[in-house]
Design a binder for this molecule. Structure first.
Ligand SMILES: [Fe+2]
Length: 157
């Protein structure tokens, strides 16, 4: 009975994380996505603080929402790295965060950030079996990034 339970646990764990590329390569891709989320969190928190004028009325809450979303994405990606036996990065991607009080520049920087995030998750998805839980998790994040890209583009229209 114990052995059976252990088997089903391992079976479930393997199904969760099935992937087509080597473990280290997948962990590396996930760590790049994690570092990008950590940067996004800071970018949005910064913009939420400095957005000014009438735009502040809406965009402060908007940027704070994006910061929270990045935090949630980072948590999911970190959990995946941990399940794969990898060590999650604790430092953000080093790409500079531009300081500005111009809300259009903020939105342009946000758009660039979301586009690059979406590209990263598209890359991760290519390395995963599409019937794994990890694929589902990464696909959900990927779709969220695409929604953000569309939203930023509409805000910049
Ligand atoms: Fe994200």
């Amino acid at each position: 009975m114990g052995a059976l339970l252990l088997f089903s646990h391992l079976d479930r764990r393997n199904r969760m994380i099935k992937h087509k590329i080597p473990n280290e390569a997948l962990v590396e891709h996930l760590n790049r996505a994690l570092a990008w989320e950590l940067r996004a969190m800071l970018l949005y928190a910064h913009f939420a603080e400095y957005v000014s004028g009438i735009q502040r009325l809406h965009l402060k809450t908007f940027f704070e929402g994006e910061a929270t979303e990045s935090f949630d994405h980072a948590r999911t990606v970190r959990a995946a790295i941990s399940v794969l036996g990898g060590v999650a990065v604790t430092a953000r991607d080093e790409t500079p965060i531009e300081h500005t009080t111009d809300y259009r520049v903020m939105l342009q920087e946000s758009l660039k950030t979301e586009k690059r995030a979406a590209e990263g998750y598209a890359e991760i998805l290519k390395g995963l079996d599409d019937d794994s839980d990890l694929y589902d998790d990464m696909q959900q994040i990927y779709f969220a990034e695409l929604r953000s890209v569309t939203e930023m583009e509409q805000l910049l229209d």
